[in-house]
Design a protein around this ligand. Structure first.
Ligand SMILES: Nc1ncnc2c1ncn2[C@@H]1O[C@H](COP(=O)(O)OP(=O)(O)OP(=O)(O)O)[C@@H](O)[C@H]1O
Length: 232
C-alpha cells in the first residue's frame, strides 16, 4: 500500500538561520491520524508548510501519496495541493468579505478532483459540513469577517474538509474554542475525516487533546537526538 505520507532524511533551514528541521523518517498510512506536539518555535508550522509543499526542504525526500513533492514543478505542486490536501491554517486565511459558504466552496475552484469527490452539489456539501460543525444556518450567507474567531475556525475546518482530501493538515485548529466547543469540534473533525477516508496531521500545544490520538509524536524527538528534550 502506498503510504499517505513518507519523509526520509529531510532537512530545512530558514534563509540565514541554522538548521531548524532534521527529520530522519516519518510515515503515515492512508486515513491515519497523527498528533504533533512541541514547544513554541520548535518548527511545527514549518513542518506543516513542508508537508503542504508551501516550503521546500533543503535536502531529503518528502512524498505524499507516493508523489515526490520536492521534484514537482511549482504549478504541479499547486495543483497537487489543491486536489489532495485540506489545510486549516493557524490564522485561518479565510477571505474576509466572502460569505461563509463561498469561503468553504473556494477550496473547489482550483480542483476538479475535489469537485468530482462531492456526493452533492458544492453549496449543499458546504452546508452539510457547516451543519456538522455546528455553525448555525443564519451565519452561512454572512461575510466571514462578521463571525467570531471560534466560528471562523469552524469555517476554516469546513473549507479544509470539502472534497474529501487524502490529507487534512490542522495547525492549532482549536486554539480559539472553549472546552465544550473544542470537544465537539474534535469529535466532528474525526468523524468527517473517517467518513472521507482522510488522514490527519494535527499540531497543537494543547496537551488535553493528546489522549484522543493513538499516534503522538514530539517534534523535538522527531527532529533528531541533537534537539531532543526529555518529556517534550
Ligand atoms: N517566514 C519565516 N521566516 C524566517 N523564519 C521563520 C519564518 N517562519 C518561522 N520562522 C522561524 O522558524 C522557527 C520555527 O517557527 P514555527 O512557526 O515553525 O514554530 P512552531 O513550533 O509552529 O511555533 P508555534 O507553536 O509558536 O506556532 C522560529 O524560530 C521562527 O522564527
Amino acid at each position: 500500500m502506498v503510504p499517505l505520507l513518507s519523509i526520509h532524511q529531510l532537512t530545512f533551514a530558514w534563509p540565514g538561520q541554522a538548521a531548524l528541521l532534521n527529520i530522519n523518517s516519518l510515515s503515515l498510512a492512508p486515513g491515519e491520524r497523527l498528533f504533533i506536539k512541541g514547544p513554541s518555535g520548535s518548527g511545527k508550522s514549518t513542518l506543516l508548510g513542508l508537508l503542504a509543499g508551501i516550503l521546500r526542504p533543503g535536502q531529503g525526500r518528502l512524498e505524499i501519496l507516493g508523489r515526490d513533492l520536492v521534484r514537482m514543478t511549482a504549478s504541479r505542486r499547486d495543483r497537487f495541493r489543491a486536489d489532495h490536501l485540506g489545510y486549516i491554517f493557524q490564522q485561518f486565511n479565510l477571505l474576509p468579505y466572502l460569505s461563509v459558504v463561498d469561503n468553504v466552496t473556494s477550496a473547489l475552484i482550483f480542483s476538479r478532483h475535489k469537485r468530482r469527490q462531492l456526493a452533492a452539489p458544492p453549496r449543499q456539501e458546504a452546508e452539510r459540513l457547516l451543519s456538522a460543525l455546528r455553525l448555525p444556518p443564519s451565519l452561512w450567507q454572512q461575510p466571514v469577517h462578521k463571525l467570531s474567531i471560534g466560528q471562523q475556525q469552524r469555517v476554516a475546518a469546513a473549507r479544509a474538509l470539502i472534497g474529501r482530501p487524502a490529507l487534512v493538515i490542522a495547525d492549532e485548529p482549536t486554539s480559539a474554542l472553549d472546552a465544550d466547543s473544542r470537544a465537539a469540534f474534535m469529535a466532528l473533525l474525526f468523524a468527517e475525516c473517517e467518513q472521507a477516508g482522510s488522514g490527519l496531521v494535527f499540531v497543537s500545544h494543547d496537551a488535553g487533546l493528546e489522549p484522543l490520538f493513538t499516534n503522538v509524536v514530539s517534534l523535538n524527538q522527531l527532529n533528531g537526538a541533537a534537539h531532543a528534550e526529555p518529556g517534550l
